[in-house]
Design a binder for this molecule. Structure first.
Ligand code: AHR
Length: 497
């Protein structure tokens, strides 16, 4: 069996994981909201119309943060359309996705849903067709206690207490020509800066995410981040990153290697943030919000009826290899926890999502499991790890790809160490050693494995073909962990005292 070694040290700390690293995203798109989280009359729907089967799965994944309401949708959205009596809410042409939006679900329903899901809302504002005035208004409506027209409007809608939404996105993917109200970097930087100023004047406790590039492949990547941060450095707290991968050429080895590019993308954005920090002699550091990341390609080009209401859109059915890449991307997020504070798997339900629904049930897609494991077991201090002697491969545009990806999390309070590891080798198992003698008295609690002989295996409403088991083979001998990582597998090894 091939071998590799992980070297780690409890004094070499990267950072504590920010719980918001395990966030997700709900957009008014396809069946994410309607028939996803909200479906009055559905078998499991509660009095508010929220599907309890979906809420149960969201809680199982332990999603601490959900971004809303878009995505591309937000750049043409009037938040006022979605508040107040439902019978008065207007139906609108929704230009981003070519559908009709009836606004029967809006901001207040989302905040209520978040409470039930044990999640915090991350609210995006429209900087496509709107600007600073409306940005100020929505913060006042949500977060001001009362005594002004907008805060009293919220109260009249049945919400006496302010929502106190802490995290806000200043628009979405404003560098993309597909975006309603697309802007150049300087156009965006000005409106983002003025909006940020007014929003923080209304509520100084909020945190703001400026739009970075909509992917690393954009022609303006780098320059966009630099221009935006040069203008907004003092007014914002985070810059966003978005990326989606697909196995377009049917080359799984190349597909799985995308986690290297993902890691490199993070490091490039950190460089730009720190370039502006240096240029400005700033003490403040801008951190990263990877607020859209996932695999997305299975559903591309799927037809739908134009101007219909919540048609099936972007309903990727994820296979086992997708879960492996999602696992490797989570490992990269964890290993960059000193700078990536927020991340949202895009999206949460039905639309490129870990959870799918029909009228009769809800089920876990393959990619559900890595996020569930990371969110439940990945909280703590991420320790630096160096992988020694991992076998490597070349595939497509990548060379020297280590087959082993790994993150090590130490939770001092819970007295646990968790190792997340992916073996990308499609043919061979890998034996991994790790010296854990610093964790005196710890023993192996579990070794969870997600594996499948068929890389293309999927889960459906009636067949859960890809599910984790707790039968991984590892041993601890005088503090030295030896773990067998089966070929193409996601592994979660937990040790406790
Ligand atoms: O998540 C789907 C879409 O991908 C979002 O609306 C947009 O922001 C991105 O391009």
């Amino acid at each position: 069996m091939k071998k590799a070694q992980i070297v780690t040290d409890k004094y070499f700390k990267i950072a504590s994981t920010d719980p918001r690293l395990f966030g997700s995203f709900i957009e008014h798109l396809g069946r994410a909201v309607y028939e996803g989280i909200y479906q009055p009359g559905q078998l499991t729907a509660d009095g508010d119309g929220f599907r309890d089967d979906v809420l149960g799965l969201v809680r199982e994944m332990n999603v601490p943060l959900v971004r809303y309401p878009g995505g591309n949708f937000v750049s043409g959205y009037n938040w006022e359309d979605g508040v107040g009596p439902k019978e008065l809410r207007p139906a609108r042409l929704e230009l981003a996705w070519g559908v009709t939006e009836d606004n029967s679900f809006g901001l207040n329903e989302f905040v209520q849903w978040c409470t039930k899901a044990a999640s915090e809302p991350m609210m995006a504002i429209n900087l496509g067709t709107r600007g600073a005035a409306e940005a100020k208004d929505i913060v006042e409506y949500c977060n001001h206690a009362g005594g002004t027209q907008l805060s009293d409007l919220r109260r009249s809608h049945g919400f006496a207490e302010p929502h106190n939404i802490k995290l806000w996105c200043l628009g979405n993917e404003m560098d993309g020509r597909w975006q309603i109200g697309h802007k150049t970097a300087s156009e965006y930087a000005r409106v983002a800066c003025e909006s940020a100023k007014l929003m923080k004047w209304v509520d100084p406790s909020i945190e703001l995410v400026a739009c970075g590039s909509s992917s690393r492949g954009m022609p303006t990547f780098g320059e966009w981040e630099a221009t935006v941060l040069d203008e907004c450095y003092n007014d914002v707290d985070y810059i966003s990153l978005h990326t989606y991968y697909g196995n377009h050429s049917g080359n799984t080895r190349e597909f799985l290697a995308n986690s290297l590019e993902f890691d490199d993308y993070i490091k490039s954005v950190i460089s730009v943030c720190d370039y502006i920090k240096g240029k400005k002699h700033a003490k403040k550091r801008i951190n990263l919000s990877f607020d859209e990341w996932n695999v997305w390609y299975h559903s591309h080009g799927a037809p739908f009826e134009k101007w219909s209401k919540h048609p099936h859109q972007l309903e990727d059915v994820y296979n086992f290899e997708d879960a492996l890449l999602v696992g490797s991307m989570l490992i990269a997020l964890l290993n960059n926890a000193d700078r990536v504070k927020i991340a949202c798997l895009a999206q949460l339900v039905n639309v490129i999502a870990p959870i799918m629904t029909s009228d009769t049930g809800a089920w876990r897609q393959t990619i559900f499991y890595p996020l569930m494991h990371a969110s439940n077991l990945g909280r703590g201090i991420v320790l630096k790890n160096i992988i020694i002697d991992s076998p490597k491969y070349d595939a497509g545009k990548y060379t020297d790809v280590p087959v082993l990806d790994c993150a090590v999390i130490w939770n001092d309070e819970k007295e646990s160490v968790t190792i997340f590891a992916v073996n990308k080798d499609l043919e061979e198992d890998l034996e991994v050693d790790c010296d854990l003698r610093q964790f005196d008295g710890f023993t192996i609690k579990s070794h969870i494995v997600l594996e499948n002989d068929d890389l293309k295996a999927v889960n459906t409403e009636t067949a859960a073909n890809v599910i984790p088991h707790n039968g991984g083979v590892s041993s601890l001998d005088s503090g030295i962990l030896t773990a067998k990582l089966n070929r193409h597998s996601w592994n979660v090894i937990k040790l406790t005292k």
